[in-house]
Ligand binder design. Sequence first.
Ligand code: SF4
Length: 216
Amino acid sequence: MSNVQDIAQLIVDKLINKLMTNVNRECVYVTELSKCAYYIYWLYNKSPIEHRINNFIIEGTLMHFVIEKIVKKLIEEGAVSPEHVKSEIDVEKEFNGITIKGRVDLIINDTIVEFKFTHNPRLIYGLPKVWHIAQVNLYMWMTGLRKGLIIYIHLPSLNVKMWKVSYDDELVSNRLSKVNDVMIAKHGKEVEKEMFGCDICPIYAQCRFARIDMFS
Ligand code: SF4
């Protein structure tokens, strides 16, 4: 390919693809399994387009690229060793015949590090949220590591809060028990409302107080 417009179009297509929440029905992602299975059903089957692409998703995606670049530069400058810091690590594990995939933001020594960028001050001043704790725990289960760290960054103020996360066998078992539900939700079948992490759920009001299909 050598035509300017063709190459530009290819890059734009790839960019848009990166910023969209696309459904891959061949596997379950950690970011899906760490959330209420009903939310995943709604997101892929009932949600208006703005829930699949919005400023928060774009911001989060771009920030992760920036982190990857920062780590790469620190390694090039010799400030940190690649033995101690790895970024954007792809992880994969089978469970009940279903492939679970994920991408860990950072692994520093023996610790899984997950960044969360937010405009919500409650994430900075409140306790860490169960969807995020579950996500880090699933990465621990997949990597065999047993230490975790969640870093919340409140973008309007750049305030930062870090939370250590311990391995929670019960929470991991709870999420693994939902692998089948998440997979069938991705294939369009309605699943039970789990009431798992309702306080952080973007569709709390619709889900708990009204019929979902009225909003789709
Ligand atoms: S409000 Fe609660 S039950 Fe409903 S989708 Fe969200 S987490 Fe699940």
